[in-house]
Design a protein around this ligand. Structure first.
Ligand SMILES: *Cc1c(COP(=O)(O)O)cnc(C)c1O
Length: 432
């Protein structure tokens, strides 16, 4: 059955019943007996391409990237293809998204006394990378895109602000134009964390290519993966050299260093990881195409529902379609929706994969690696308050949305079931 026929059939079913089909949560027949699975991405696409890359590294007996000439290193080849895909001059492969964030902070010269603005809803690493530099994290609210609200940034800028961190969460680009304008107006650096949106774009520009630096995680729960891995991209040769030095204990091996010594760490990627990621970057657009097609089927199937309220999508063409999220008037309605959808065999979840950082007790208490850390030792650091008072809107928005996760390998039947369940349940929660 094609989608049109399916929708017509669904509509007919809805019309013919007394009022509406009985919800599974009330004893009716569920849409599915086998619950729709949770999404898994890159590993589902592993095949002989990754296998061959790994075998070649084994046979070479040179798993260290710099044991290989530049044109033979799989890590270097991966970096070249990654930079081309993201339309940046440089890409630097590192061991994780967290390592990429730490390296970005060092490249951007963030240090004690500096402030970095980040969304209140994001991953721990964003906060930790700022703290590791001795700088002060300043939280901004999110909007209904689940990303940093451009309207909540400017009043948080102080003379100490150095960087705005825009994080593109769950496949959805942050609203980049106003954020770019703010960064320009106040002469701030812009760091994009694209860990949950690898390959997504905003107004045709790949995420990560608009700010001064973009970073990505290639950990297993992200788009493409070797289990762990990270990338930093930039088009600024100065930032690139600082990043290279920081990630490689200050050495710059491929051409003479222009910069002075910097006490860097070791975040170098190895050739096994580079080989798997080289195979995976070549599949990125296939994976994204698959998930976008599946998400479009669900969006198209529910768009006409009365009063339907989608997550805000600053660029619907640029998002990945990681999840199809609907908004409700309050937590109570979302809870009823979630309970009913689970009973139908199409489980939904609230926004996931991030944390409301300001209400994590240890963050609210400003716990650092050791006491007397520079981040909180200044008057400003002492006076800043975290906790729920600094992000009420973030907490509210996250409590009111729920989404069906979309996988790139979902079948047409899977997406039809998602549509059928939403069409069955949503009108019982949000009336026309
Ligand atoms: C996953 C993630 C990271 C950290 O990446 P790792 O590779 O796990 O270190 C950073 N930021 C965001 C938004 C993430 O989702």
């Amino acid at each position: 059955m094609d989608r049109r026929a399916f929708l017509a059939a669904t509509a007919a079913t809805l019309a013919s019943a007394d009022a509406a089909p009985q919800l599974a949560v009330n004893g009716g027949t569920p849409v599915r007996t086998q619950p729709l699975g949770t999404a898994n991405w890159g590993p589902l696409y592993y095949d002989d391409k990754e296998q061959t890359q790994l075998s070649e590294v084994l046979e070479s007996r040179k798993p260290f990237r710099f044991a290989n000439p530049l044109d033979k290193s799989k890590v270097a080849l991966f970096e070249n293809e990654y930079a081309a895909r993201m339309k940046t001059k440089y890409a630097l492969a590192v061991t994780s998204g967290t390592a990429a964030l730490h390296t970005a902070m060092a490249a951007l010269e963030v240090g004690p006394g500096d402030e970095v603005i980040l969304p209140a809803w994001t991953w721990y690493s964003c906060y930790a990378a700022i703290i590791q530099m001795g700088a002060l994290p300043v939280f901004a609210e999110i909007d209904e895109s689940f990303n940093i609200d451009p309207a909540d940034i400017e009043h948080r800028i102080t003379p100490q602000t150095k960087v705005i961190m825009a994080v593109h969460l769950q496949g959805n680009p942050a609203d980049m134009n106003p954020i770019l304008a703010l960064a320009r107006k106040h002469n701030l650096k812009l760091l994009e964390d694209c860990s949950q949106s690898v390959g997504a774009s905003c107004q045709g520009r790949p995420l990560g290519s608009m700010g001064d630096i973009g970073i990505y995680s290639l950990q297993q729960s992200k788009t493409i993966t070797a289990g762990e891995g990270g990338v930093l991209v930039t088009s600024d040769p100065y930032l690139y050299e600082r990043a290279v030095r920081f990630h490689d204990v200050t050495v710059r091996r491929d051409f003479p260093a222009k910069l002075h010594y910097m006490p860097g760490l070791n975040y170098r990627m190895n050739e096994f990881t580079g080989g798997v990621l080289l195979a995976q970057i070549r599949k990125l657009d296939t994976i994204i195409g698959d998930v976008r097609r599946n998400a479009a089927r669900v969006y198209d199937g529910i768009r006409d529902l009365p009063n339907v309220r989608l997550r805000r999508l600053p660029d619907p063409k640029g998002e990945l379609g990681t999840g199809v999220f609907l908004g409700f008037p309050s937590l109570a309605e979302r809870q009823r929706y979630a309970d009913a959808m689970r009973a139908e065999g199409v489980p939904v979840s609230g926004p996931a994969g991030s944390v409301v950082l300001p209400i994590v007790p240890e963050i609210e208490q400003k716990v650092t690696v050791v006491p007397r850390w520079p981040s909180f030792s200044t008057d400003r650091g002492k006076s800043i308050r975290y906790g729920k008072e600094c992000c009420p809107r973030t907490i509210d928005i996250l409590s009111r949305f729920a989404g069906v996760m979309i996988g790139p390998k979902y079948t047409e039947r899977d997406t039809q079931d998602a549509v059928a369940a939403i069409r069955k349940v949503y009108p019982t929660i949000v009336r026309a």
